[in-house]
Design a protein around this ligand. Structure first.
Ligand SMILES: Cc1ncc(COP(=O)(O)O)c(C=O)c1O
Length: 415
């Protein structure tokens, strides 16, 4: 096998770029990776893929890496599709699954994109990578840079979760707080890129991360025996994974690997604290207007204006999906709702999807028989900066059993 990638193509104007050189963006907009799907169809089948180790590299033919390049890897094992029947029943739904990306290295889905992006960058001779990040991506870049013996430079807005800062600091990255939002940090990172201080890995500013995230869609299809679900809910900042999954589904359809032509409705979810895509979607527009006052504890969704905005909105519209905002003030309540029903502790970003599902199921926009997949993009445990539980304190020497018992909901034993 060789590499099946043929070229890159500008998503905004179709300009073509060669696959055998390190690429970034064009006209300040992202590039698509394009493959020879006929050759891939001859080279590999779903049966061959099923026989390979259960990690994202089993889809090598559909990635720019082919089999010539050794990945910078921390395994990137397939993530579980967790069935959530009790939660589903509470919403009068029958099939709700959480694809739990928190099981990846760095406890977030960012591992997939950064593993591949750094692999490709190193392959083309890059030794220092840099990124403007709201946290998880910067942390994953720093961790994978350490793994690949590369240097990392990270610039984060000031209220970035401390867990992500620790990931960067402890893996040896150079990191600064910036007194602005991610897009403002991004301008500086780009300037450093133009000065050749580093290679810019920021969201959608190079084409490889998107391809790594495509494995979320490939894996999901394989886990459902190549039949896609009815609805996918995805918490959206820059929208990389939503765009990537939609691309994965188109490629699978063209390869003829899908059992039916039915495509899922892609539901992009934001917080009311930062809903630029929702506003553009509701106005019927293809590009967002910068959202000036972002206020959300879901740090990954603090994206006032993503450069792949039109790609998210195109995918959502093509899929007959929607973009919807969930109430910022309810994020911990929704996190609790899923954790207490199913033991799955989603990140605040994904809590928006729980809220959206509650609303859409209530409005009848999601049918009880629909197969629904929610992406948990990171571990809820990564976000304790804002968690302030109202816990009563117990005096251990003379506590009152009646008070304790009054808080216990069910008998301890069945007999
Ligand atoms: C946990 C989490 N979920 C969702 C997102 C949004 O990802 P994207 O920018 O690809 O839409 C991020 C981005 O930082 C994130 O960290």
């Amino acid at each position: 096998m060789t590499r099946f990638i043929t070229h890159f193509e500008s998503a905004i104007d179709g300009t073509v770029f060669p696959a055998d050189q390190l690429q970034t963006w064009h006209a300040k907009r992202p590039l698509w990776s394009r493959y020879d799907l006929d050759q891939i169809r001859q080279a590999v089948t779903p049966e061959i893929i099923a026989s390979r180790p259960a990690n994202m590299w089993r889809y090598r033919e559909l990635l720019p890496i082919g089999d010539e390049i050794e990945p910078i890897s921390l395994d990137e094992a397939m993530t579980p599709m967790v069935n959530c029947p009790r939660f589903a029943r509470s919403l009068n739904l029958q099939h709700v699954f959480v694809k739990d990306e928190s099981r990846l290295a760095t406890c977030s889905f960012k591992a997939r994109g950064l593993s591949l992006a750094l692999t490709m960058a190193r392959h083309f001779g890059v030794r220092r990578v840099a990124m403007a990040s709201n946290g998880n991506a910067g942390g994953a870049m720093a961790i994978y840079a350490a793994r690949g013996d590369m240097d990392a430079f990270v610039l984060v807005p000031k209220n970035t979760p401390i867990t992500n800062i620790a990931e960067c600091v402890q893996s040896g990255a150079v990191i600064y707080y910036g007194n602005g939002l991610i897009d403002e940090c991004g301008r500086l990172i780009r300037e450093g890129h133009d000065r050749k201080l580093w290679f810019d890995i920021s969201t959608m500013k190079e084409p490889y991360r998107l391809e790594g995230k495509k494995t979320m869609g490939l894996e999901l299809a394989e886990q459902f025996q190549w039949e896609l679900p009815d609805v996918i809910l995805y918490p959206t900042g820059g929208g990389t994974a939503l765009i990537a999954m939609w691309k994965a589904f188109q490629e699978l359809r063209e390869l003829g690997w899908l059992k039916s032509s039915k495509m899922p409705r892609m539901i992009s979810v934001q917080s009311t604290g930062c809903p630029p895509l929702v506003l553009a979607y509701e106005k019927g527009e293809r590009f967002v207007t910068r959202f000036e006052n972002t206020q959300t504890i879901a740090s990954g969704l603090r994206v006032p204006q993503g450069i792949g905005d039109f790609m998210v909105l195109d995918a959502v519209r093509e899929s007959c999906g929607m973009v919807i905002a969930a109430d910022e003030s309810q994020l911990f309540a929704w996190q609790k709702m899923l954790a207490s029903h199913e033991g799955v502790m989603v990140c605040p970003e994904t809590s928006t999807c729980i809220g959206a599902l509650v609303e859409l199921a209530g409005r009848g926009e999601i049918k009880s028989t629909d197969k629904v997949v929610i992406f948990n993009t990171a571990a809820g445990q990564k976000y304790m900066d804002y968690f302030r539980p109202d816990l009563p304190e117990l005096d251990l020497s003379q506590f009152d059993w009646a008070t304790v018992e009054s808080r216990l909901k069910r008998p301890a034993y069945d007999f």
